[in-house]
Ligand binder design. Sequence first.
Ligand SMILES: NC(=O)N[C@H]1NC(=O)NC1=O
Length: 173
Amino acid sequence: MDIEKVNSMDFGEFVDVFGNVIERCPLIAAAVWSQRPFSNLEDLEKHFFAFIDALPQSGQEGILRCHPDLAGRELQRGTLTAESQREQRSAGLTSLGADERLRLAELNAQYRARFGFPFVLAARLSDPAAVRRELARRLHRPPAQELRTALGEVKKIGHLRLAELLGAHPATL
Ligand SMILES: NC(=O)N[C@H]1NC(=O)NC1=O
């Protein structure tokens, strides 16, 4: 899909196509549509990220809370979004043994109890061992630093989703 096609979309089509660039936050795509035309992929992406950056902390935490756990109940139940399902599969999280799943569930629960939002990481750039390592490492960080890191991961996920939609090569992240 080229940028002219993106710029020609009406509101409904744009939100249908880009509504899940930020997981379960179609409101962001709805707001970004008003900023068209976009000059290229980077420009489009800039508007998604600027919206996130401009939110108060409660809104930024709200975005994180819209993310499903990695290897969590939603994966088990098959209720993930198509994008999240693909990402979690590509990280090998769909084929974990019961022990590994339990260990991740415990770490996810500890993380959520400490920070008040789920652990978020760009799964497509990861694998089960790295997810576990990062979870254990980030669990002990100061909350303000962790919020910044988690939002950086949301942007990596958004970048990869946008690049896929536009058929572009993702930047090295
Ligand atoms: N919790 C979390 O990081 N979820 C996400 N990560 C990712 O790559 N896709 C998701 O849904």
